[in-house]
Design a protein. Structure first.
Length: 86
């Protein structure tokens, strides 16, 4: 039998219709409040029932590439040399 976490992992790999999802949840060997949270899509309630963190974040941050000699907006433009040749 699947617990709620394994069920969510499996459901994430498969495409279930709404009816198939309801049937699959009904067949789980989990508490009725967990089934109801799964049916309602209530992640906060399910996390509370499982004593899990209410939210988690996973991210991969790639280093930024240096811009190719982009002019800085804070610096004034250098005057043309021709202006001083007069």
């Amino acid at each position: 039998m699947l617990d709620a976490i394994r069920f969510l992992e499996q459901a994430g790999r498969e495409h279930l219709s709404a009816d198939d999802y309801v049937s699959a949840v009904a067949g789980l060997d989990v508490s009725e409040p967990q089934k109801q949270a799964l049916l309602d899509g209530n992640q906060a309630a399910l996390a509370d029932l499982l004593k899990a963190r209410p939210s988690m974040f996973f991210g991969v941050f790639a280093p930024e590439e240096a811009p190719e000699e982009a002019p800085l907006e804070d610096q004034p433009e250098e005057p043309d040399e021709q202006e001083f040749d007069r």
